[in-house]
Design a protein around this ligand. Structure first.
Ligand code: F6R
Length: 596
């Protein structure tokens, strides 16, 4: 959470930082700020609200060639102007932006900063005051920052300005992502490549506990002990068109409609010269040598993991267990003899997943990251990476990453052991075509959302078998962007308690794609209907009835989540749109959850 960007070079920095922050706004958007240094000293502009608001409050005094900026997802202290970043030390010499959480903030305040008057309620201010304190004690700036790094516990990506060294941006990283953007006559730091890609596509990835100094023509990277680090740069292959909305009103709509193309791209990326499915042989051998796969993930990626378990068990006959990352870390199940850990994460930066990765690596277990972001923290730290090739996912609500995760897992499963004898590329091609036709006929969802969802307080998705796993993802999509309280429920379980919540007109959306559970789910629909529910049925053509409102063309049942989620994504989109919600940036959320 939180995005930071810094630039030092020859151009006026204001627009560079603001547009960089706009690209990072998916990481948090409670408040935003920028600091620059010019002949009048440091100027800070910050406030609660979005970058658009920040633009309005920056005046001409912001002219400068060096600056840092921040977009915030509040952890310590409510989102207000005072708690917004940048924060300054008491003398105003140091100005700092931070992404992460300082866990020993109170301890540091009481040990070193008893006499310092704090302005904000943030943990971040402790960092900048500590740097000042160590400088006041006679340390040079480099040492003071490294000393501060050694004192703080927790996660941080920091960018720091020193009014007395106005040509340098200092930066540091631990657990939170930070890249250095390499330019000609300028250099940058940023939370991710997207913030810098319009100016450079060449980057250094930083490792934990590294300290950096950049000027317009020099980049110096050090360890926390002050030893110089030599790094190899890499080129990011992000197409700038991929991070623009183009003709779409929202990123979410763009990303929903990209899904069929993403499935086809994945088939292309995971095929050999003869067009046959292929996955890195070392990955396959590690998977085959394990006796159980532990899938670790959060949110939508966890929901993809639930489907992934089915694919691994039903296609590959490989036992799998899916565990929410933040639960695993404190409540580890009894592990099998030869476990393998598969981390599913669109961003590759999710702190809860990373905590598990660090733990299981220490225990000596093999790990795979299934992620959309090459070079992300999970990708760098896991033994292997399987990429999603979904292209940047910008809307906070995940759509194409979910279907991409399922697609890659289906290919992997057939390559482990194809017990069902599926021609996976053939079946995925059919699924991609069905996805495309669902997108081509998306008009119907506007009216259905109006009729069933707008104005409702709560909603249920029900389904059995794999449909149940799609229901939990469908429910998350609806609640997170439309704020309608929604639960995804195993259809047969409803009568064991939750059916008490069904009132006159409560919307109940059923997903039915598997022949084996068709009649049972339909009985459950009758039960809720008898209690006043308003029902909407999404079914697969071969088992549909004339009264089902949304009929999805047939695909192989095992791949049904790829297609049955699409109507649910559209219903969420249109419900949120008609309620006037901020679709791409729902309240209280951030795309990349980099704090535990
Ligand atoms: C919901 C959503 C989140 C993420 C979760 C994990 O639409 O996007 O639930 O799925 O925060 O993020 P990643 O996949 O980046 O680890």
């Amino acid at each position: 959470m939180c995005g930071i960007v810094g630039y030092v070079g020859y151009e006026d920095v204001k627009e560079i930082i603001l547009s960089g922050l706009e690209k990072l706004e998916y990481r948090g958007y409670d408040s935003a700020g920028i600091a620059v240094i010019n002949e009048d000293g440091v100027k800070v502009f910050k406030d609660k609200g979005r970058i658009a608001n920040l633009r309005k409050i920056i005046d001409n005094n912001a002219k400068s060639n060096i600056g840092i900026g921040h977009t915030r997802w509040a952890t310590h202290g409510v989102p207000n102007k005072i708690n917004s970043h940048p924060h300054q030390s008491c003398s105003k010499r140091f100005t700092l932006v931070h992404n992460g959480i300082i866990e020993n903030d109170e301890y540091l305040r009481s040990k070193y900063l008893k006499n310092v008057k704090f302005e904000s309620n943030t943990d971040t201010e402790t960092v900048v005051q500590l740097i000042q304190k160590f400088v006041d004690n006679g340390e040079n700036v480099d040492l003071a920052i490294r000393h501060t790094m050694s004192e703080i516990k927790g996660s941080y990506a920091l960018a720091i300005l020193d009014n007395e060294n106005p040509e340098i941006i200092y930066a540091a990283k631990n657990k939170s992502p930070l890249l250095v953007g390499i330019g000609k006559g300028f250099n940058m730091v940023g939370s991710d490549a997207m913030a810098m890609i319009s100016l450079t596509n060449e980057f250094y990835e930083l490792d934990d506990k590294e300290f950096i100094k950049i000027t317009k023509d020099k980049i110096e990277i050090y360890t926390i002990y002050g030893n110089k680090v030599d790094k190899k740069s890499y080129k990011a292959d992000i197409d700038t068109a991929d991070i623009e909305k183009g003709v779409y009103p929202h990123y979410m709509m763009k990303e929903i409609e990209e899904q069929p193309f993403v499935v086809r791209r994945i088939m292309n990326e995971y095929s050999d010269d003869n067009g046959k499915p292929i996955v890195d042989k070392d990955i396959l051998s590690d998977v085959k040598n394990s006796d159980k796969i532990y899938i670790i993930a959060c949110g939508t990626s966890y929901h993809a993991g639930l489907v992934g378990k089915q694919l691994l068990e039903k296609i590959a006959q490989k036992p799998a267990e899916v565990i929410i990352a933040s639960e695993f870390i404190y409540n580890m199940p009894l592990l099998s003899k030869k476990p393998l850990f598969l981390f599913i994460s669109q961003s590759g930066e999710t702190a809860d997943c990373r905590a598990v990765l660090v733990k299981v690596k220490k225990m000596g277990y093999k790990t795979i990251a299934l992620t959309n972001v090459k070079g992300s923290t999970l990708s760098r730290e896991a033994n292997h990476t399987l990429l999603l090739y979904a292209g940047p996912e910008i809307a906070v609500a995940s759509t194409k990453a979910y279907t991409a995760q399922i697609t890659v897992l289906s290919i992997l499963s057939t390559l482990i052991y194809n017990s069902l004898g599926i021609d996976i590329f053939r079946e995925l091609s059919i699924a991609a075509n069905v996805m495309e036709s669902l997108c081509d006929n998306a008009d119907i969802y506007k009216d259905l959302a109006k009729e069933f969802l707008v104005g409702q307080r709560s909603c249920f998705y029900i389904g059995r078998h794999m449909d149940y796993f799609v229901c939990v993802e469908a429910a998350l999509k609806l609640k997170e962007i439309s704020y309608i309280q929604t639960e995804g429920f195993a259809a047969g379980e409803l009568k064991h308690g939750t059916i008490a919540l069904i009132e006159e007109n409560t919307p109940v959306i059923a997903i039915i794609t598997h022949e084996s559970i068709n009649l049972n789910t339909r009985s459950n629909i009758k039960e809720v209907k008898a209690r006043g529910a308003k029902t909407l049925i999404i079914s697969m053509k071969k088992i549909s009835t004339d009264t089902d409102q949304i009929i999805v063309d047939n695909v192989h049942e095992i791949l049904s989540p790829l297609v049955s989620i699409i109507p649910a994504q559209y219903l969420s989109y249109y419900a949120a749109l008609q309620k006037g919600c901020d679709i791409d940036k729902p309240r209280n959320l951030a795309k990349s959850v980099t704090v535990e």
